[in-house]
Write a protein that binds this ligand. Structure first.
Ligand code: 5AD
Ligand code: FES
Length: 349
């Protein structure tokens, strides 16, 4: 559905009955366009070593309190095998951002090994930051077919407020990287944080219009959560309450579902850091993808992008059972054994 910026702002601001009706419309749109299935992507946060210094992120390069890890191939393959054996059909390999030749080669070799252990069938999404066109192409040829690269905010000014070092961060380069991903043939996902200090409804409306213009296939967006060991923490007095950020994140999902009815929308883990049933609530208003955490438990403490990250000490099996029960309670079905590609991607290609 077409919505202009003013209409989007109005929808994002809705409260009470009007909001209930927005969420209902979004849920109906989801059911009509992409159905009642929820797809699992097993999330493997394989390394927290990062060259970037985003002011909001707990694993930023400048945070010396974090113990850096790089999971062993065997651990990553075991987590992938778990996903494969449990019919998840797809994994997400996520890490801090590095672009050294060694890192590029490592990811490449992991892709080949994961493909091999699953007779080429496990789908692989990468979330390893900005890379060159050549690197994206190499990884694509080795088996990755989806890529997540959040733009974080599409407002240039806000982008540089939260990434002030223009030696390591460039808004234009990030946008360009999304273009490279698209031209390489990936299903492309992006997203933003919601409720950042200095962020306005206008920025968020522009974010949604940017997604539409870029014609993305997937989106993952969640509330911003302050982290004590990051520079952005000093602006916590400017934040909305956590509940307000949570509600606004659900409104963002709902409006995006109306704007782009056939894309895949993830129920971000950050929602669960505010409300224990946060991800299920997102599924009920328009999201259709969930990313159970398969990161080896020993590393989870050190992959805290934000405080209160859930599931730090649960093993993957427990997490899966728990998710299953909750998804059934939420009235949805699990798309086991299916890649669950974005319908939008099939239509645009
Ligand atoms: N709060 C919420 N989300 C965060 N991310 C990083 N730090 C935070 C935070 N403090 C998100 C970013 C990044 C993704 C992997 O995690 O959007 O792209
Ligand atoms: Fe993590 Fe259940 S979802 S323990």
């Amino acid at each position: 559905m077409a919505l202009d910026k003013q209409e989007i702002i109005q929808l994002l601001r809705t409260k009470g009955e009007e909001r209930t009706s927005l969420l209902k419309r979004s849920q109906e749109t989801k059911l009509n366009e992409v159905g009642n299935k929820v797809y699992f992507r097993g999330l493997i946060e394989f390394s927290n070593v990062c060259a970037k210094d985003c002011l909001y992120c707990g694993i930023r390069k400048g945070n010396e309190k974090v113990i850096r890890y790089d999971a062993k191939d065997e651990e990553i393959l075991n987590a992938s095998r778990f996903a494969w054996e449990n019919n998840f059909a797809s994994v997400v390999l996520q890490s801090g951002e590095l672009s050294s030749p060694a890192f590029v080669k490592r990811v490449d070799s992991l892709l080949k090994k994961i493909k091999k252990l699953s007779s080429n069938e496990l789908g692989i999404t990468l979330s390893c930051g900005e890379q060159s066109r050549e690197t994206y192409k190499r990884w694509f040829e080795s088996g990755a077919h989806r890529y997540l690269l959040r733009i974080e905010s599409t407002n240039r000014e806000l982008y540089y407020k939260i990434h002030p070092n223009n030696q390591t961060h460039s808004f234009d380069k990030r946008v360009e990287a999304l273009g490279f991903l698209k031209e390489t043939g990936y299903q492309v996902g992006t997203g933003v944080m919601i409720g950042l200090p200095f962020q306005t409804y206008e920025h968020l409306a522009d974010d949604l219009l940017f997604f539409k213009k870029l014609d993305i296939d997937m989106c993952g967006m969640g509330p911003y959560l302050e982290h004590e060991d990051t520079p952005l923490y000093q602006y916590r007095h400017l934040l909305q309450t956590k509940q307000e950020r949570f509600d606004l994140a659900l409104n963002m999902i709902a409006v995006l579902r109306l704007l782009m009815p056939d894309i895949n929308i993830a129920a971000a883990t950050a929602l669960q850091a505010i409300d224990p049933a946060g991800r299920e609530k997102a599924l009920a208003v328009g999201a259709n993808v969930i990313m159970p955490n398969l990161t080896p438990t020993a590393y989870r403490e050190e992959y805290q992008l934000y405080e209160n990250k859930p599931c730090l000490d649960e093993d993957a099996e427990l997490c899966r059972n728990c998710l299953e029960a909750r998804i059934h309670v939420a009235g949805a079905e699990i798309g086991y054994g299916e890649w669950g590609d974005s319908k939008h991607f099939s239509r645009r290609t």
